[in-house]
Design a protein around this ligand. Structure first.
Ligand code: NOJ
Length: 560
C-alpha cells in the first residue's frame, strides 16, 4: 500500500490536551506538555495523534466552544507552542490531526457578540439560527428540539433595547450557538479556518458533530427522542440532512489540494457523526467526501459475540461499498471508558453523555479490565484504522466516584444533576506512580482529582512489566505493524460455539492469523497446530484453552 494512504490502516491516538501533561503546574495540561511526552507515543507504536481542541475558548464545554479558531488558548500555550509540537511530532514520524468544531461557536465568539448587539433580521444574526418564538408573546421556543446535554435546545435573548427578544438554537450548551450553514459566509469562514491549519502543516481534522451542520428546512418539530444514536438519524430534522454532503465534497477538494508533493490525499478528514444505520454513515466517506468516520456502533455494541459479529459484518460491508476504510474505536472523551463500561453485565444503558456517578451501580473493575483487554485485542486485528483514547493503554477505569462539586461537564447542570456527565473519562493521565499529581504536572495540581487506583496503573508502573495492559498494547501495536491486519481481509471462522467470536486475517506477508475471542461461559479451544502470537490475558500459553473473556491472535496454517 502506498505511503500516501497511511490513514487506511493507521492507529490514531487521541490526546485530550487538558488531561495529558501539564508543563507549567497550573493543573491543566498544555501543548508544551504534549510535546514533552510525545516519546510515549512512538514507544507505544501508534501512527498519529488527534488533539482535542486547544483553541481560544471560555471552556464551557472543555474547548468545544471556540471563540477564536485561529489561535491557541493561553491555558494551553501559544501558536508557537503548537508549531513546536507539530514539528517535533513530524520529526518523530507521527502525524497530527486537530479538532475542527464547525457546528457551533462559543457565545463569546465575536460573531455571536455582534449578533446580540444587532437588530433582528440583519446579517449579523443570519450567521446563527435566530428565530422568533412561538405563542402570543413569542415566549415559547421556535420548535421542540432539545439540547444533547439536557434541557431545551433554544435560549431567548434580551434585545439591545431591553425587550424580550428572539431565540437562538444550541444543540449543545447555551454557550454553543449553532451556526447557520445555509449562509455562504459561514461556509467561507470555516473553509478559511481549514486552510489556516493546513498551511501550518497539520495532517488532518477530526470534524466535531459532522452530522449536525445542516438542519431540515423550516426547522420542523422533531418527532423522536433527542440524543446520541438512539434512532435512525433519518428521522431527526437536526441530524444527517442530505445537504451536508455538499459541504464535505468541498472540504475534500481543499484537503486534496494540500496533498504533499508525490502523495495522494494524505491530509485527512474524520467525521464524528452519530449516524445510523451503517450505510447512512458510509455516505460520509464516499471517495469525494471525508476519509474516515468514527464507528460508534462498534463502541456501543454489547459484549456479546453475536452482536459483535453483526456490527463488524455490517460496518465492513457498508465501508466496502464506498471503498472507504472502516474505523474502530472503544473509548473517547465522551463515553465511559471501556474498562468500566464492560465491567457491567450487559446493557447498562450508558448512552453518552450520561457517565457514572458515585451513587450509581459501580462496574466490576476486574471483569471490565479483562474484557477491555480482550475487546482491544479484537479491535486492533480488524481491517481498517483504529482510534485509541489516552489512558486506555493503561487500562484506566472511569473515575466513577468523582465528588459532585468538581464536575465540569455542562451535562451535569443541564440535566438537573440526573446525569453525572463525562468528567469521569477525562481525569488527568498518571505517568508516575508516586508523585503528587502522578507525574501529570510538576506539582500537585490537577483540574480533576485522580482516583486512588490510578497510581498503580501509572505508565512507570507498567512499562516493561510482563503481562501489564501497557505491554499488551505495545505488543499488539508492534504485531500490527509487522502483519498489517488493517490492510487484510476478514473471513469469519467457525470455532464451534456461537459465543466465540473468531475470524482469520491474511497478513501482508501471506501468513494467516486467527483472531479468537471467547465471550462464552466455558473455555474455547485453539485449533491444533495454532501458534500463539499474543493473548489478552497472561494466563494463556501455546496449545491450551482460551479462557472466558480472553482474546488471542494465533498463526495457523490453513484458514480451516
Ligand atoms: C462532540 C464532542 O466530542 C463533545 O465533547 C462535545 O461536547 C460536543 N461534540 C459538542 O461540541
Amino acid at each position: 500500500m502506498a505511503e500516501s494512504s497511511w490513514w487506511r490502516d493507521a492507529v490514531i491516538y487521541q490526546v485530550y490536551p487538558r488531561s495529558w501533561a501539564d508543563s507549567d503546574g497550573d493543573g491543566i495540561g498544555d501543548l508544551p506538555g504534549v510535546t514533552a511526552r510525545l516519546g510515549h507515543l512512538t514507544w507505544l507504536g501508534v501512527d498519529a495523534l488527534w488533539l482535542s481542541p486547544f483553541y481560544t475558548s471560555p471552556q464551557h464545554d472543555a474547548g468545544y466552544d471556540v471563540s477564536d479558531y485561529r489561535d491557541v488558548d493561553p491555558r494551553f500555550g501559544t501558536l508557537a507552542d503548537f508549531d513546536a509540537l507539530l514539528s517535533r511530532a513530524h520529526e518523530l514520524g507521527l502525524r497530527v490531526i486537530v479538532d475542527l468544531v464547525p457546528n457551533h461557536t462559543s457565545s463569546e465568539h465575536p460573531w455571536f457578540q455582534e449578533a446580540l448587539r444587532a437588530a433582528p433580521g440583519g446579517p449579523e444574526r443570519a450567521r446563527y439560527l435566530f428565530r422568533d418564538g412561538r405563542g402570543e408573546n413569542g415566549d415559547e421556543p421556535p420548535n421542540n428540539w432539545s439540547s444533547t446535554f439536557g434541557g431545551p435546545g433554544w435560549t431567548r435573548i434580551v434585545e439591545p433595547d431591553g425587550s424580550p427578544g428572539q431565540w437562538y438554537l444550541h444543540l449543545f450548551d447555551t454557550t454553543q450557538p449553532d451556526l447557520d450553514w445555509s449562509n455562504p459566509e459561514v461556509r467561507d469562514e470555516l473553509e478559511s479556518v481549514l486552510r489556516f491549519w493546513l498551511d501550518r502543516g497539520v495532517d488532518g481534522f477530526r470534524v466535531d458533530v459532522a452530522h449536525g451542520l445542516v438542519k431540515a428546512d423550516g426547522l420542523p418539530d422533531a418527532d423522536m427522542p433527542h440524543g446520541y444514536l438512539t434512532v435512525p438519524t433519518s428521522l431527526a430534522p437536526m441530524w444527517d440532512q442530505p445537504g451536508i454532503h455538499d459541504v464535505y465534497r468541498r472540504w475534500r477538494q481543499i484537503t486534496d489540494e494540500y496533498a504533499r508533493p508525490g502523495e495522494d490525499a494524505d491530509r485527512i478528514l474524520c467525521a464524528e457523526a452519530w449516524v445510523k444505520p451503517a450505510d447512512a454513515l458510509a455516505r460520509y466517506v464516499r471517495d469525494d467526501e471525508l476519509h474516515q468516520s468514527f464507528n460508534f456502533e462498534f463502541l456501543m455494541t454489547p459484549w456479546l459475540a453475536e452482536d459483535l459479529r453483526h456490527t463488524i459484518t455490517e460496518t465492513l460491508s457498508a465501508a466496502e461499498a464506498v471503498g472507504a476504510p472502516q474505523t474502530w474505536v472503544l473509548s473517547n472523551h465522551d463515553v465511559v471508558r471501556h474498562a468500566s463500561r464492560l465491567g457491567f453485565e450487559q446493557s447498562h444503558g450508558l448512552t453518552p453523555p450520561r457517565g457514572i456517578g458515585p451513587d450509581d451501580p459501580q462496574p466490576d473493575a476486574a471483569l471490565g479490565l479483562r474484557r477491555a483487554r480482550a475487546a482491544t485485542t479484537v479491535m486492533l486485528a480488524l481491517p481498517g484504522s483504529a482510534y485509541l483514547y489516552q489512558g486506555e493503554e493503561l487500562g484506566l477505569p472511569e473515575a466513577s466516584r468523582l465528588p459532585d462539586d468538581v464536575r465540569q461537564d455542562p451535562t451535569w447542570e443541564r440535566s438537573s444533576h440526573s446525569q453525572p456527565g463525562r468528567d469521569g473519562c477525562r481525569v488527568p493521565m498518571p505517568w508516575e506512580g508516586s508523585t503528587p499529581s502522578l507525574g501529570f504536572g510538576p506539582g500537585a495540581e490537577s483540574w480533576l482529582p485522580q482516583p486512588p487506583e490510578y497510581g498503580a496503573l501509572a505508565v512507570d508502573r507498567q512499562r516493561s512489566v510482563e503481562g501489564s495492559t501497557l505491554e499488551l498494547y505495545r505488543k499488539l501495536l508492534s504485531l500490527r505493524r509487522e502483519l498489517r491486519p488493517g490492510l487484510g481481509t476478514l473471513t469469519w471462522y467457525d470455532a464451534g460455539s456461537d459465543d466465540v467470536l473468531a475470524f482469520t486475517i491474511s497478513a501482508a506477508d501471506g501468513r494467516v492469523v486467527l483472531v479468537l475471542a471467547n465471550l462464552g461461559a466455558s473455555p474455547a479451544r485453539l485449533p491444533d497446530g495454532a501458534r500463539l502470537l499474543v493473548s489478552s490475558s497472561p494466563d494463556v500459553s501455546n496449545g491450551i484453552d482460551v479462557p472466558i473473556d480472553t482474546a488471542v491472535w494465533a498463526e495457523i496454517d490453513h484458514p480451516g
